[in-house]
Design a protein. Sequence first.
Length: 610
Amino acid sequence: MPKKVIAYSIMLMLLFSLSAILANAQFKEGTCESPEGANYCGQKSRISNCYCDNKCTGYKDCCLDFIETCPGLVASASGGGGSGGGGGGSPPQPITCKDSDGGKDYYVKGTANGIYGGGTDFCYASNLDGVADDVQEYYCDYPNQWTSSTSFQCPNGCKDGACIKSCTELSQEECLKYDYCQLVDAGIAPGGGGKQPPPPPIQKCVENPKPTIKVISPNGGEEIFVGSNNFKVEYTVSNPQFSGIAQIKLELLLKDGTLLGNIHSSKLLNFFSDSSYWSFSWQPGLWYGADGSINTAGQDGYKIRATLFDGVKMVSADDSDESFSILTPVCGNGICEKGEEDYCPPCTTQPCPLLTSAAPCYKGTCPGDCQNQLSEEVTCLFYGSTTEQKCAYSSSTNSGGCSGIGKCGTTAYGSKGEKITWKSSCGGYAYTTMDGQFEYVSFNCTQSQTCTDSDGGLNYYVKGFMKEGLNDAGQWDSCNDTNQLVEYYCEQNQGAKTLYNCPNGCQDGACKPKPCLNVHTPACGANGKTYQNSCMAESAGVKIACQKACPCKKEITKQDVIDYIKNGEFGAKITKQEAINWVDTNCYQSTTTTDSITGAVINKAPIIIP
């Protein structure tokens, strides 16, 4: 028999044998492998393609070692009539993958494990800002055999492997579990009356006011010297909603806003009260680069940036309003600056050390400038304030301050003749000259107690911004839901809020305007604008001044007319025609009258309007 015939015969026998094996093999769902571990793909490969055509019997790249799945593979190679196959395909495969959160639940942290391993949901940052607001979600795939994963951007941020829920999506019980949510009254439940007790108020879950941070000092105009100790960088935190998971970062910027580096990064803090004052003792000019380098600022203008984190992401940041100056000591200027003074710590041993250039005693770089060091008592007065305020100073050699209600006192240190800058927590600057005499510095804190509301008060149809005082971050009117408005306003110079159910729905911090008929009955609004009708004015949140086109008729008094007659049009409140009209309506039209006693006729001169 020819060799070619023998070769073909052998190949045919092998193909028949392989077909018989394939006909009886039960394939694992989604793979090219039989339960016994046999691989029928014909070769090994790590090419990133997976071809499973013809139930993997074709000679293609589909290999278990690449761990790429075969979505089109059927569970049995026996088809409908292969030998030994029973004619009905393989039985259902057992579930080999489990997911603790039940699938693609982005708001619950879960762990999925399948035949090729698995993973646990985790948060990560997909943007350059470094904020981890995306979740990588693991789940069981095809079907319930192995794990897959997908990414999802959380609308409210990500924490501990799960998206953070919006407060409005939480039940009352769940609401109490989240620091950033609070329950508020949202009307009264129906029912009650008669002898029945009144029903409890309906409560809804809403977001807490967002925390804010503000730089208090240095906030502009200060002069501080490189190397001076214990300069207080002060800041305040409003609306703290943390439970020991807040962090603060303080950074040094050039006056144009260019970031230099860190001066302080706090550990986890617990803000236990609203508008809390905090401080950090800074050695002026010292800052740390991103590479860990230690640097000293040059003589120039700078700003401080304070950033507040909630343990997950940045929630607020604030810069100094204006730049402050960092200066270097200058010998011969008569000012005792840092490092210029001879210094020895108090002597506790015998014999006391001589003044040398080695520790513990140091020779100053310019002791002549330090021969006129003085101290003086200073009282800070806070006019118009009924709350605690702070007062601070900065000199060439020292800094300090005090706090109190109405006033406080402290001792200031500096060189003779030096100008000292003072600042208070309610704003403003004051200055003293170091002469060793008792002095006062005064601050007008009335502004810090003034409440303002941009929409003029209880105006449900205009989104307003209420600010209770200079140190208050303020509150925008907001919608609790599609119907309820949270309206902030001022009452007795204090901030207040109320809930209002909008008749036509709530949107973007204001009630939606009510529908008005397209009729023309002009109305003049209090803002001096003419509206098509009073409904349209009221829908715009404007009060009606009069039911006619603007301007409305003036209320003219007798005194207005007298002022016009005396002064003419210069500085008058009314015009000549308005004065004439008033006289024609309110004065005698004849030029004679009768004496009430004698009955005689008296000629009366007419009023002449100049």
